[in-house]
Ligand binder design. Structure first.
Ligand code: AMP
Length: 445
């Protein structure tokens, strides 16, 4: 998870970064930060909390300059300490630099231990800190060559934005696991961000996705931007972005997230024909897929579960007991719609089974006669180590139980999942995807 944004050569860069991060709050709610350069120095603010809590007018005025990088944190690597918030900033031989990162580096410990052996001192638990150390220790004369050297050492999934006082570098790993897009601001400046929904809010025009393996360089002294293909592209865009993470109004690799989710819902209906009176979504994660299911099956769609938007995501709470309570706080049923009905309920994914179990109880208590749980993704049987917060094998219910055992555990009348094949077809067969949580294909070696 996590959201990153970089804006270059624009007025009030911190404000543009702020709105972009606000648009991408769904990608991480733990901490947020912005770093700004005015050409002479870099100023930064990062804290725990939501974008609107951390930044006020005074903060944006303090963050003066024409280039900014920003980050919303959802901890996938590292601890929950504020030291693990981004941007990470450092002063080194060539001046100041700030880095934001979305993704996970798989050889974090190996690189970190080697650096520690050589005397490096770490401030955080973050894998991203390895990159800043590698850049600082490189003997190359130019920052760009230092970055290339560092990226030849780290392995994993990354979208990175590296800010110096005068330049900005945007880099996507050769697999393009996490989304990353490039756009043009109204005043001629540039923007790179995790999702296109940020462009819509700040009035930026979409240019294209940052290519897998590409480094884009923005330089004040040069027109436009420079593009260097650092690594041979072998695209494996994360399927989970389409299933759950990204906002439905975003477009990833030319594919509307909303349209993909609807396709997935239709495929789910074709693969699992159920005799039912109503299709209802688990809001908000199951809405687009449930609509697709209803359209394909002809079964009426109702919003029979109301979501309280003032509760954070269930996943964030560390203990099982608290998670149960949070689902209850967040979702409540409309009894008048549900009473005596056979319900198909659609959610995007089943991880530990907590949400589904709780929802089925809520629906049955509200008078539903039958509850058929339809999950708009395949069974999650493997932890994703490329930047998604899926838990370990022990906690993944589908890694430990058969579909029938899960059905019994969550007390559903039936339980169905989407096949991997249908998932691929729904997103589009023109690309390869990262399907690691479903098939255990850990392709980054
Ligand atoms: P669980 O209750 O553990 O089975 O988790 C499934 C629920 O969590 C679904 O409603 C998903 O929308 C949501 N979900 C799936 N993956 C994530 C994630 N990485 N972070 C937060 N929520 C998630």
């Amino acid at each position: 998870m996590c959201a990153i944004v970089g804006v270059f050569d624009t007025k009030e860069a911190s404000r543009v970064a702020y709105y972009s991060l606000f648009a991408m709050q769904h990608r991480g709610q733990e901490a947020t930060g912005i770093s700004v350069s005015d050409g002479e120095k870099i100023s930064k603010i990062k804290k725990k909390g939501l974008v609107t809590e951390v930044f006020d007018e005074a903060a944006l005025k303090f963050l003066k300059g024409n280039s900014a990088v920003g980050h919303n944190r959802y901890s996938t690597a590292g601890s929950k300490s504020v030291l693990d918030a981004q941007p990470i900033h450092a002063s080194y031989k060539l001046g100041e630099i700030s880095i934001v990162h979305n993704g996970n580096l798989i050889n974090k410990d190996e690189v970190r231990n080697a650096l520690i052996d050589e005397g490096a001192i770490f401030q955080s638990e973050m894998d991203t800190e390895n990159i800043i150390h590698l850049i600082a220790r490189s003997q190359e004369e130019h920052l760009r060559d230092r970055i290339v050297e560092a990226l030849n050492i780290v392995k994993g999934a990354y979208c990175l934005i590296i800010q110096s006082r005068h330049k900005m570098f945007a880099i996507r790993d050769r697999y393009g696991v996490r989304p990353f897009c490039l756009g043009r601001l109204e005043d001629g400046g540039y923007i790179v961000s995790s999702e296109t929904c940020a462009f819509d809010l700040v009035g930026a025009e979409f240019i294209r996705d940052v290519r897998p393996g590409e480094m884009i360089i923005f330089d004040k002294d040069k027109e436009g931007f420079e593009s260097i293909q650092l690594f041979e592209p072998t695209p494996r865009v994360c399927a989970f972005e389409y299933i759950y993470f990204a906002r439905p109004d975003s477009v990833i690799e030319g594919k509307s997230v909303y349209a993909v989710r609807q396709e997935i819902g239709k495929a789910l209906a074709r693969e699992n024909k159920i005799d039912a009176d109503l299709v209802i979504p688990v809001p908000d994660s199951g809405v687009s897929a449930a609509m697709g299911y209803a359209q394909e099956s002809g079964i009426p769609f109702e919003m029979a579960i109301v979501r309280n938007h003032y509760v954070g995501r269930t996943f964030i709470e560390p203990t099982q007991a608290k998670r149960d309570m949070k689902v209850k706080l967040k979702l409540s049923p409309i009894k008048e719609i549900l009473k005596g009905k056979r319900i198909v309920v659609v959610d995007d994914s089943l991880v530990r089974g907590t949400t589904s179990k709780r929802i089925i109880k809520i629906l049955k208590n509200a008078g539903a006669k039958e509850v058929h749980m339809c999950i708009a993704s395949p069974t999650i049987e493997h932890p994703d180590i490329y930047g998604i917060d899926t838990p370990s094998y022990e906690e993944l219910i589908s890694a430990n139980m058969s579909v029938e055992e899960i059905r019994e555990y969550i007390k559903a009348d039936s339980l169905s999942f989407l096949s991997i094949d249908a998932l691929k077809k729904s997103i589009g067969e023109d690309m390869d995807y990262s399907l690691v949580s479903f098939n255990g294909d850990y392709f980054i070696k």
